[in-house]
Design a protein around this ligand. Structure first.
Ligand code: AMP
Length: 269
């Protein structure tokens, strides 16, 4: 990958890091990268070190043929699919730790997760040497962690954050939606309904963080299949309260889903 990147001297390179099981959200990142760069690289790597011991690493979907088919139609210049043993050979012990923004919420709920993300993103930056890297607002805290590390490590990479792509009923598109059975799929719309409720409250003048939070909890409490991991309204700069970014992590059955919406923006749709 590094040799190919060097051979593209003079090109601008856009990198779209993914874990595969590609969908319309990934496609929106690729299309944006295509508009802004002369070369586009998509990486597919289910990064083991960002999964906790009781998480879904072994059952994470890996539909490689369908992914390659999608990428053929997306006009990308390289697909980088490193093997786990090449990314983390025996003896590789270096880890990248981001402070501050990586600590609350997902950082607290999934210990080690952002260290795994930061480490793999740093390695991808070294391999691909992109001018720009594309991340989804769907994973808002991840995007903030990557922005922090890109700046702190003097990477020179511009981190571009793209809007969340949603299904017609509002559910944020996600590879993990494949885990949902039909009943759970219906229940999963409660996340976007909760965000909309907070957005409506904010639009109606509500500024009390506790009441904004409660407006989300009320919607989620009405859904028997939903268990709330967290529902917070935080500052999008540092991910601590108070603020305007409504963030949710909710289990629907055994599937943990996340979503968010900045209440300052009009709710889409
Ligand atoms: P993943 O393969 O789930 O690790 O996601 C790869 C990238 O796609 C991340 O930057 C995600 O934030 C982004 N992404 C995932 N779902 C969506 C979505 N529904 N809309 C926009 N971007 C997304």
């Amino acid at each position: 990958m590094r040799a190919q990147a060097l051979a593209w001297a003079g090109a601008t390179i856009g990198l779209v890091p993914t874990m595969g099981a590609l969908h319309a959200g990934h496609r929106s990142l690729i299309d944006r990268a295509r508009q802004q760069n002369t070369k586009v690289v998509v990486s597919i790597f289910v990064n083991p070190i960002q999964f906790g011991p009781n998480e879904d690493l072994s059952r994470y979907p890996r539909p490689i043929e369908a992914d390659l088919e999608m990428l053929r139609s997306a006009d990308v210049d390289a697909i980088y699919i490193p093997r786990v043993e090449d990314m983390y050979p025996v003896g590789a012990t270096t880890r990248v730790v981001v402070g501050g923004v990586a600590e609350p919420l997902e950082g607290a709920a999934r210990p080690g997760h952002f260290q795994g993300v930061a480490t793999v993103v740093t390695k991808l930056f070294w391999a691909v040497k992109p001018d720009r890297a594309y991340f989804g607002q769907k994973d808002a805290q991840q995007a903030a962690v990557v922005q922090r590390l890109a700046a702190d490590l003097d990477s020179g990479v511009e981190v571009v954050v793209c809007p969340t792509v949603r299904e017609a009923d509002g559910l944020a598109v996600s590879s993990r939606n494949a885990y949902l059975d039909p009943q759970e799929r219906l229940a999963a719309v409660s996340l976007s309904r909760a965000l909309r409720a907070a957005s409506d409250a904010y639009g109606g003048g509500e500024r009390d963080p506790a009441r904004l939070r409660q407006s989300m909890l009320d919607v989620l409490a009405a859904e028997p299949l939903a268990t709330v991991d967290y529902a917070e309204v935080v500052d999008p700069g540092n991910f601590s309260s108070p603020g305007t970014l409504a963030l949710l992590a909710v289990r629907i059955g055994k599937t943990r889903l996340i979503d968010n919406h900045d209440l300052v923006q009009p709710y889409p749709g």
